[in-house]
Design a protein around this ligand. Structure first.
Ligand SMILES: [Zn+2]
Ligand SMILES: [Zn+2]
Length: 279
C-alpha cells in the first residue's frame, strides 16, 4: 500500500511523508525538526526509520528543519545537482549525505520508484516528484510559475496529486504587497494561482487521479475555501462532482493532514471474493 500524508503545507513550511512497506520518504523538510519528528512519530514512523529525504528546492520553507534533523538522522538527501550544492552551502555537515538526481530520471529508494521533473521557479534547479509503489503513483507539484510539458507528462495518469493552489490572482493584484513581490508571485518562476492549479487538477482527474490535495496556499492571498471553490468549479465544468466522484481536500497549513491510502487494484475476482466474505 502506498500512503501519503502532509505534515505541513504553505509558505511557512512544507513537509510530507510517502510510505510503502518499510520504505519511508520525507518530501521536503521545511518546518522545524521538532515538528517533523513529532509528525512522523504520530504516524508511527520514528525519524531514524526514514529511508531518504527528497528536497524540491533550497527555499527556506522547504529545508528549514534539515540542519537539526540531519544531526541525528543521517539518511540520504536527494535533489538535483544545483539544489544539492545550495543545500551543502546552507546546511552544515550534510556533504556526505547529498545524492544528486538529474531531473527527468528515476531511482529506486527501497520499495519506491522516484522520478523527478524540472519545475519553473526562482530557485537553483527546482523539481517536483512522481513516486510509485505497490502499483500506485503520487505526484507532488508545488512551487512552480506555470505548467510545463514535463509537468503535464508527470501528472498524467497519477492516482494522487498534491497540486499547488497558491493564490487568488485578483487578491494579489489588489493586495498590499510591493510591486516587485507581486510580479515575483505572478511571474513565470513564481507560484501557481488557484486558476492554474485548477487546470492542473483537471488534467490529473481527467487522466485518472481520484485524490487531489491542494497545497502551498498563501496565508495572505488565499483561503482554503477560496482555493477549493475555484478548483471545484473547474472540475464540475468537466462533469466531475468533487463531493462524490473524487476526494478533493486542502492540505492543512501547520498540522498533520489525513493519511491517504492507495491500494493496488485487485483483480475483479478478488474483489468479489472479499465482498462475499463480508456478507
Ligand atoms: Zn519556493
Ligand atoms: Zn515553497
Amino acid at each position: 500500500m502506498l500512503t501519503v500524508t502532509t505534515l505541513a503545507s504553505g509558505s511557512s513550511g512544507n513537509a510530507a511523508l510517502v510510505s510503502c512497506g518499510d520504505t519511508h520518504i520525507l518530501l521536503d523538510a521545511g518546518v522545524s525538526a521538532r515538528r517533523i519528528t513529532t509528525g512522523l512519530r504520530a504516524l508511527g514512523v520514528p525519524p531514524e526509520k526514514l529511508t531518504a529525504i527528497l528536497v524540491t528546492h533550497e527555499h527556506h520553507d522547504h529545508i528549514n528543519g534539515l540542519a537539526v534533523l540531519t544531526k541525528k538522522v543521517r539518511v540520504p538527501i536527494v535533489s538535483s545537482g544545483p539544489t544539492c550544492r545550495q543545500i551543502c552551502y546552507k546546511v552544515p555537515f550534510v556533504d556526505e549525505l547529498v545524492r544528486q538526481q538529474e531531473p527527468g530520471t528515476g531511482v529506486w529508494l527501497g520499495e519506491l520508484w522516484v522520478e523527478s521533473f524540472a519545475t519553473p521557479h526562482d530557485a537553483a534547479s527546482s523539481v517536483g516528484y512522481s513516486i510509485a509503489g505497490d502499483g500506485r503513483r503520487m505526484v507532488l507539484c508545488t512551487d512552480l510559475g506555470y505548467v510545463t510539458p514535463e509537468v503535464k507528462a508527470a501528472v498524467r495518469g497519477c492516482d494522487l496529486l498534491i497540486c499547488e493552489a497558491n493564490h487568488d490572482e485578483d487578491w494579489v493584484r489588489s493586495g498590499p504587497y510591493p510591486y516587485q513581490l507581486k510580479q515575483r508571485i505572478l511571474g513565470d518562476r513564481g507560484h501557481l494561482s488557484n486558476e492554474a492549479g485548477a487546470e492542473l487538477a483537471a488534467l490529473g482527474v481527467e487522466s485518472g487521479a481520484r485524490t487531489v490535495v491542494l497545497a502551498h496556499l498563501s496565508a495572505e492571498n488565499n483561503t482554503p475555501a477560496r482555493a477549493r471553490q475555484v478548483v471545484s468549479r473547474r472540475l464540475a465544468a468537466m462533469g466531475c462532482d468533487p463531493e462524490r466522484d473524487i476526494s478533493l481536500t486542502v492540505a492543512p497549513r501547520s498540522e498533520l493532514g489525513p493519511t491517504y491510502r492507495l491500494e493496488r487494484e485487485r483483480a475483479a475476482g478478488a474483489v468479489v471474493q472479499k465482498e462475499a466474505a463480508l456478507c
